[in-house]
Design a protein around this ligand. Structure first.
Ligand SMILES: [Zn+2]
Length: 71
């Protein structure tokens, strides 16, 4: 068993696949998945942000102000 020094140049890669069925080669986090596969909700949020920039027409429905606190 030779666990040679794991160089940081050989960072672990995401173990799963992209939606296109191709290996996801993004750098993996400690969980073995890349940031976006480990946090699908984050990817969704970022996607929404990107979409919001490109489609101003739908910006209104994305506005979700925090509810007022009634005291
Ligand atoms: Zn991934």
């Amino acid at each position: 068993m030779s666990l040679s020094v794991v160089s940081h140049t050989l960072a672990p890669r995401c173990r799963t696949q992209t939606k296109a069925g191709k290996p996801c080669r993004a750098a993996a986090t400690s969980g073995g998945l890349c940031f976006f596969h480990a946090n699908p909700n984050k990817a969704y949020e970022l996607g929404r942000i990107g979409g919001r920039r490109n489609r101003r027409a739908s910006a209104a429905e994305d506005v979700d102000p925090l509810p007022k606190l009634d005291k």
